[in-house]
Design a protein around this ligand. Sequence first.
Ligand SMILES: O=C(O)CCC(=O)C(=O)O
Ligand SMILES: [Fe+2]
Length: 367
Amino acid sequence: MEQHNEEEPINFGRSLIVPSVQELAKQPITNIPPRYVHHDPHHASDNAPAPAPTPSVPVIDLRYLFVEASGSLAYSSELNKLHTASKEWGFFQVINHGISESLLEDFKREILSFFNLPMEEKLKLWQEEDNHEGFGQLFVVSEDQKLDWSDMFYITTLPHNLRKSQLFQNLPQVLREKFEAYSMEMKRLAVAILGQMALALGMDTHEMTELFQDGVQSVRMNYYPPCPQPEMALGFSSHSDADALTILYQLNQAAGLQIRKDGNWVTVKPRPDALVVNVGDILEIISNGVYKSIEHRVIVNSDDKRMSVATFYSSNMGTELGPARSLVAKHNVANYRRVPLDAYFKGFFARKLDGKSYLDFMKLHQH
Ligand SMILES: O=C(O)CCC(=O)C(=O)O
Ligand SMILES: [Fe+2]
């Protein structure tokens, strides 16, 4: 395998350069270009709305987990809820998460102006041919691949030695300051939730701490412009996240995120006081398959733009990815193979997104 030089930011992958959808959507078009027409539009039969009563994504009150004494009834019942949500949904919303409202507001404002920068400014921060960080799209591997109705900005934030400092330095200054604070808060929150999950899983908590103390964090800001033919397009094709734990901040109240639950697409209704948390493939692997990363996608609409920020947190770069040893001992079986983390990421970004297929490669048994 290639040696990774400690001084060099790692290059996890590339994506073909594609046009800005935000710019395209400013044109007076009534038909979207064929490259954005998906052949599995969301009216297809497998996409029928969930039968009533529609189940809704569980809400976890973190105050009970972070503030209450661990022996209390309130604590254990919330921990139980967290465990069930992670097993059965792979998705939940968190309230009383402790991230200051003013930081969330300031960050939102800065991201709005960031996407509204003039195109000539944005082009300075656009992806380059050999690296996918910056404005653009991810996972575009061929000229005839269908494209999503969105623009995004993607950047590795932690650990510091993996940052493309040039790109980071070129961000507008106030955005950079808020971003720095937000990134630290998201790391703190992810580590705290993972710590509770270790307890719920019956995993050695030191093992979880060691895996995640200096984890890899990347951030993806998503901009979904209004779409003249929303039923033919997708804002974000169906995928599961490759990381361990994703924390999603929905910047406005436009709904669009849907998760696949028991074969149906369930809409995650934005809640202004909540952040959305989901299990990624790495956590599914570490948990030896107890927690499930879930397919999700974003649909678009003709009236409103939608914006979100996803913060991806993964284990430390130097670690090997595989089921937690304490859980393998407990379950008497390892359900996934072990690979170096950087090899895992490179493989992920080299493919077109296709549901959970990359995770299947890591599975050792059907279970
Ligand atoms: O915009 C959203 O709600 C979801 C974004 C997402 O799934 C991602 O960035 O991985
Ligand atoms: Fe995602």
